[in-house]
Design a protein around this ligand. Sequence first.
Ligand code: THU
Length: 132
Amino acid sequence: MTDAELISTAVSMQERAYVPYSHFPVGAALLCSDGAVFTGCNVENAAYGSTLCAERTALVKAVSEGRTGGFTAIAIAGRGSDFCWPCGACRQMLFEFAPQLRVLAVRGDGAFQFAPLSTLLPCGFGPGSLNF
Ligand code: THU
């Protein structure tokens, strides 16, 4: 799958977003090395802090289907004028399974920027950090 196709998949997932509070739909598409794609959207909650971001929805879907590695890229698409970079909690969750992940942040006009997760979360705390 090309970056453009992954982005298009993420954009289409905005339609599934449950965003009665922020009215800020986000879609995500997580690509695996074998071509599989796991999608997600943000799912908000009346207890605002219980909201789940689109990236974590996609990641948790993948892990719950038995995928714990081989993730190569994630596209995250918002409708704002800024690129939709992942929040801190999502960076940490993604780092657990894919510290080298390519992150494609998409804004409302379809433009995107790329950064490796290792740049977005330098010196991240991961599974290896628990060794002693
Ligand atoms: N959100 C995401 O789903 N992903 C991000 O990368 C940034 C923020 C959601 C959470 C909330 O539902 C809404 O966007 C506004 O913060």
